[in-house]
Design a protein around this ligand. Structure first.
Ligand SMILES: Cc1cc2nc3c(=O)[nH]c(=O)nc-3n(C[C@H](O)[C@H](O)[C@H](O)COP(=O)(O)OP(=O)(O)OC[C@H]3O[C@@H](n4cnc5c(N)ncnc54)[C@H](O)[C@@H]3O)c2cc1C
Length: 293
């Protein structure tokens, strides 16, 4: 199928994009890499009157490191993140996760801002931003808003972005010395959206977790920062603690049934991910074997 007819405007600055969005409101859609928007138009799932192309805004495609923060412009492409030495050094969780986002052709065009604004619950990057305690920066006619990633995602394809706002950047705290991360997903084929996934970032003190952010995806309407981590922090982890965390996790997730996996299977996969994460981060292969998930 072909996309329905639309008007097209190229914005050459953030201000121009915001002016266009203010003028056209929810009759307009921002066009970034087009890797989610164009299929949606071609399938006639959306029919905006206007597409506002932010591709020409060079300032939005950048990665910088300053004052303990990585700042990633919204139009930074997945492939840019994959190749960036700054991402590898200061947010290696992102580097690991990107390899699971679609295929090279899509990673060459798709952008981080598009991925976060699109807010597919099975998407890798929103979950990573929650695990990394990132801040999403948006700009609209009334100025800038800074939104913690954990609050930004509201539901399936739903965020706190208003129709006249542009996502401009994401700030990610540089990882501390000794921090560790874990990323894994279950997908039917390489490059497919996940059936269940986990992005985690931890600080480890000896044989204990000093902090642990567990961000599950594809098992709810949005990435879930699991409170089950409370069962695992501040004491050497035992099998009993891990089993309690697995039990608590079940109450926090509300997965959906679809053609890829049942609700029960998604719960099971989430528990397996939690066990694998703890075993991997603590280097405790003894732990997982006897926990029945
Ligand atoms: C075959 C296929 C497989 C895929 N597999 C995966 C996968 O495994 N994991 C995954 O995460 N993604 C996957 N994707 C999606 C891909 O990663 C997209 O690149 C990404 O979701 C959107 O980025 P984009 O720049 O292309 O955004 P676009 O398609 O241009 O836009 C997506 C949405 O975000 C809005 N938007 C874009 N940028 C902004 C902004 N700066 N401010 C406000 N709103 C904005 C648009 O209006 C639109 O609603 C897949 C896509 C395809 C076609």
């Amino acid at each position: 199928m072909k996309a329905p007819a639309f008007n097209y405007a190229r914005a050459s600055s953030v201000q121009e994009a915001i002016d266009l969005l203010s003028r056209h409101g929810d009759r307009a859609k921002v066009l970034s890499g087009g890797q989610s928007l164009m299929p949606a138009l071609n399938l006639r799932l959306l029919a905006p009157e206007w597409l506002i192309d932010i591709g020409p805004i060079a300032d939005l495609r950048r990665i910088s490191v300053e004052n303990g923060l990585l700042t990633i412009g919204a139009s930074t492409r997945h492939a840019d993140l994959q190749r960036s030495p700054d991402i590898a050094a200061h947010a290696p969780l992102l580097k690991d996760a990107i390899a699971h986002v679609a295929h090279p052709a899509i990673r060459n065009r798709g952008t981080i801002g598009g991925s976060l604004a699109h807010a597919d619950p099975a998407s890798e990057l929103p979950a990573c931003m929650v695990a990394l305690d990132a801040t999403v920066i948006v700009q609209g006619p009334d100025g800038e808003r800074r939104i913690p990633a954990a609050d930004f995602f509201v539901g399936i394809y739903e965020t706190q972005l208003l129709p006249d706002e542009l996502l401009v950047a994401i700030e990610v705290p540089k990882r501390t010395d000794g921090a560790r991360h874990f990323f894994r997903e279950y997908a039917r084929r390489s490059g497919d959206y996940a059936m269940a996934g986990l992005a985690a970032e931890a600080e480890i003190d000896g044989d204990m977790f000093a902090s642990l952010r567990l961000s599950f995806f594809a098992v709810d309407e949005r990435p879930i920062l699991a409170k089950a981590s409370r069962h695992l922090i501040g004491r050497p982890v035992t099998e009993v603690m891990l089993a309690e965390a697995c039990g608590a996790l079940g109450d926090e997730l509300a997965p959906q049934d679809d053609h890829q996996a049942t609700i029960g299977m998604r719960h099971y996969l989430a528990r397996q991910l939690l066990i694998a994460c703890v075993v991997s981060l603590l280097g405790r292969s003894d732990l997982g074997a006897r926990v029945v998930a």
